[in-house]
Design a protein around this ligand. Structure first.
Ligand code: CTP
Ligand code: MG
Length: 458
């Protein structure tokens, strides 16, 4: 066991050497942070405070991944509209176009400004919030962040902060870092809490490998709670309570699939700690084409890819819709008797892709499930409604009708999907949509490969 623990640390040290920001990098970030803060202080009203939050303030940021989070703290009672309007205008005023700086307005719980320092490959989010002393005063969701800085810096030591970096990196490599809907993964703050709760990365991996749902982790008391009232209250079976706000589930954005994935990654790594099991199966761009080819050859599966145009709206709006449409298509396919093994989605350059991977299926007929034979009237109604069918089967006690299938192949069904025969959607239309079967145009191969690897890489 000692041996295993030692080899695990060795791997962590090796990875850490690659991902921990160098002293020069930290100095450079500090310099830019201070400089931006100074610029802001010059333009804002006197009673607005400027503070750094997020991973650079926590000391848990990754190398070369520089996202500075600067908060503009307005005094309690400031109206939301006033706060947002002022914050956007202040942030805009500090951008220096001549020094290759530019900005974008981003939308989260409320709008904020992202400034890019292109010469230094740094981006800084300038976010307005209300300054609060305790959680009861919270007015907007982001108001908690300064309290997080205080909590993390008081609670994690340097080694634990490095463990956070390793956990974040592990999740990143496996495509489950980030709480956005698209990823459904683990946020930076959640990683910090997991390391705090379990004490170390080794313990966190042990805990996650053994995790049984439903569970609520309470990092404050470092205990696991199993209380149905909590699962009902948060409508979730994986809860991590925020130590500074017990009314918040920090793991709310984690999808069941991401948690399951992490649990498996931990199990596999703990069984045989190695650089290989840490990274999982990666791929290089040049391998993309041959990888897809060999996957198809070995499995005999077919790839159906539907490409739709997506409007220029936030991912948080488009993603859930794309996913819902994809789920609907899988459901419709099942109704016609087709099974789909794997689905993938992505959004890139104004296009949304939905991929369905399925075996060869040629279904001249389908079976429509009816009621129980013992439900006399219902059974009779079903039989009458399907009187033109080829026959009825009794499967156990339920009856069914075999009918000619409207779609003999998935391709035929998908052809109707792209003609818009399966309903309308709010932001995504099938107008000018395209279907590709197996022959995937070059421009989509890289995304396809990345998403496929993410799905099958365990
Ligand atoms: N935050 C949060 N919950 C989220 C996302 C963000 O509470 N789902 C808060 C946390 O206080 C966090 C801060 O917003 O410290 C900044 O978030 P973000 O920049 O998204 O993540 P970081 O923790 O800074 O990690 P990264 O290194 O990826 O920037
Ligand atoms: Mg950040």
């Amino acid at each position: 066991m000692q041996e295993k623990a030692r080899s695990m640390r060795k791997i962590f040290d090796r990875v850490l050497a690659q991902i921990k920001p160098t002293k020069e990098e930290i100095d450079e970030i500090t310099l830019h942070t201070n400089e931006l803060m100074l610029r802001l202080k010059k333009v804002v009203e006197k009673d607005i405070e400027i503070e750094v939050v997020g991973s650079t303030a926590h000391g848990t940021n990754l190398r070369g991944d520089t996202d500075i989070d600067i908060f503009m703290l307005f005094k309690k009672g400031t109206k939301r509209e006033e706060m947002v309007e002022k914050a956007l205008s202040y942030a805009k005023r500090i951008v220096r176009k001549k020094q290759h700086e530019r900005y974008e307005i981003k939308y989260a719980e409320h709008p904020y400004t992202r400034i890019y320092l292109d010469d230094y490959n740094i981006k800084a989010d300038i976010v307005p919030a209300i300054k609060i002393g305790s959680i009861e005063e919270m007015a907007t969701a982001v108001d908690r962040s300064p309290l997080h800085v205080e909590f993390i810096n008081r609670s994690l030591n340097e080694k634990q902060k490095d463990d956070v970096r390793l956990l974040k990196y592990l999740l990143k490599v496996h495509g489950i870092y980030g709480a956005e809907t698209k990823t459904g993964g683990f946020s930076g703050y959640l990683c910090e809490l997991l390391i705090y709760h379990y004490g170390s990365l080794e313990n966190a991996l042990e805990g996650l490998a053994r995790i049984r749902l439903p569970v609520c982790l309470d990092p404050n008391r470092k205990v696991e709670i199993r209380d149905n009232a909590l699962f009902d209250k948060f409508n979730s079976d994986f809860i991590v309570l925020d130590p500074i706000d017990p009314a918040r589930n920090v793991a709310a954005g984690v999808s069941k699939e991401s948690l399951a994935r992490l649990s498996l990654i931990a199990t596999i790594f703990l069984e045989k700690p190695s650089i290989g099991t840490f990274y999982g199966k990666g791929f290089s761009e040049t391998e993309a084409t041959s990888l897809i080819k060999s996957f198809i050859e070995k499995t005999g599966l077919h790839i159906y890819m539907i490409i739709v145009n997506v409007p220029d709206k936030s991912d948080e709006i488009i993603w859930p819709e794309l996913r819902k449409i994809s789920d609907n298509i899988v459901r419709a396919s099942a109704q016609y008797g087709f099974s789909v093994y794997i689905t993938l989605q992505w959004i890139s350059r104004g296009k949304g892709a939905m991929v369905f991977i399925a075996p060869e299926q040629n279904l001249g007929s389908r079976i429509i499930k009816g009621p129980s034979a013992f439900q006399g009237e219902h059974a009779l109604m079903f039989i009458k409604a399907h009187k033109n069918s080829y026959g009825f089967v009794v499967n156990g006690e339920s009856i069914g009708a075999i009918e000619a299938n409207k779609y003999k192949t998935l391709k035929a069904l998908f052809d109707d999907v792209i003609r818009g025969r399966f309903g309308k959607h709010k932001d995504i239309s099938f107008n000018k949509s395209k279907l590709f079967v197996d022959k995937i145009p070059k421009e989509y191969l890289e995304n396809l490969c990345a998403e496929l690897i993410r799905k099958i890489s365990i």
